[in-house]
Design a protein around this ligand. Sequence first.
Ligand SMILES: [Zn+2]
Ligand SMILES: [Zn+2]
Length: 117
Amino acid sequence: MPCYRCGTRQVDPEPGKSSPWRRGVVREHQVLVCPDCQPAALAELDRCAGCGSTHLIRRLDQVECLDCRLTRDPSAPDAPAAADAPSAPDAPDAGGGPDPALAAEVARAVARVFGRA
Ligand SMILES: [Zn+2]
Ligand SMILES: [Zn+2]
């Protein structure tokens, strides 16, 4: 797996030496950080919620802290998922509009009132 930042491919460490590459997790993805990208890239790594360590590894469905062994479920959303907006209730049926006879009566009344004004 290459360095997630610069794409440099990891070379096997010399016998007896531990690799200077760092493993970490960025946005739930397991990544490797080459020595050249350290320590800048380390600031971008996800941190353990318990101890703040960047020494995390991605397991099947969890991210585990190698320092304190805290595991968390990466699928847990940061924000509650937006619930589907309930469909708006049907608008009340207009019922074909006001009664034509009543409308005419009102129109005549209005005409009388304004006719006298
Ligand atoms: Zn790199
Ligand atoms: Zn931890």
